[in-house]
Every structure is written in C-alpha cells, then in structure tokens.
Design a protein around this ligand. Structure first.
Ligand code: CU
Length: 148
C-alpha cells in the first residue's frame, strides 16, 4: 500500500505527462496552421483584365487604377471588361460587397485578396463595407459606375 504522499506525487507526475503531451500536440498544430496562411502582401500573379487596387481604410474605399489615378468611394469601369480587384486594408478588417456584381471580398491588412467580375450592363451599382469596422462604418459606401 502506497502512502498518501506517494499517491499525490504519482498523480501529479501523471498530470504533468498529460499536459506535456497536449502542449506538444498543440504546438505542432499551431506550426502547421502558420505555414498554410499567406500573411505577406506579395504580388498577385493570377490577376487578369483591368487590375484595380482597392484599399479599405477607416472610413472609405480608395480605388487605384492602373494609370495611378485614385478615387474615393467611386469606382468607374467599362462594360464587358473583365475587372480584377486586389483588395487590401491599411488599418482594420473591412469587407467590400457589390451585390449586383455578386462579389464580396474581405480587406485584411497585409493581405492581397483578389476578386474578379465582368459587368455586362451599364449603370450605377451600390457597394458598401459589410464588416463592422468602427464608428463611421456606415460611411464606407459608394457607387460602381459602369460606362460604355
Ligand atoms: Cu469598413
């Protein structure tokens, strides 16, 4: 028969072993996840058509056209042209949603998210940020204008 002190020591040793096994498994899982998420804003290689950079920031959307021209909360594109948006953020997470183009993309700091669409009719189409991003979140809205 073991003494109470010895039983306690054995029990504590068992707990330490179990926690050590969990710690190793947890660390391995974290390391595996780390490698699978791209955190760098590396150049996008799969972009096609007219490439427009989109930067979400508190509290507006900035669009940068291929010629360097910038516009705020106002995106103008040509009908029947494939448009690729490279969406990024300079502060917190935003989410660009253009319902009539059926596109939505998170804007995450340090990450280039790519989304493409081809507008097939001219007109004005509403867009907005659909990720609550602070006090003036509701101001992150504007219009996509499709011209001929
Ligand atoms: Cu936002």
């Amino acid at each position: 028969m073991m003494s109470k002190g010895k039983i306690e020591t054995v029990f504590m040793a068992m707990v330490i072993v179990v926690l050590a096994v969990f710690a190793v498994a947890n660390y391995a899982a974290i390391m595996q996840t780390k490698g699978s998420i791209a955190q760098d804003a590396s150049p996008v290689t799969n972009a096609s058509g007219e490439v427009i950079h989109v930067i979400g920031h508190q509290w507006a959307w900035t669009f940068i056209y291929p010629n360097g021209t910038q516009a705020e909360n106002n995106l103008v594109v040509t009908v029947n042209t494939r448009i690729t948006l490279i969406v990024n953020s300079s502060d917190v997470i935003h989410d660009l949603y253009i319902p009539q183009m059926d596109i939505q993309s998170y804007a995450v700091p340090g990450q280039n998210n790519t989304v493409s669409f081809t507008p097939t009719s001219t007109g004005q189409f509403f867009f907005e940020c659909v990720e609550y991003c602070g006090e003036f979140h509701y101001e992150m809205r504007g219009y996509l204008t499709v011209i001929s």
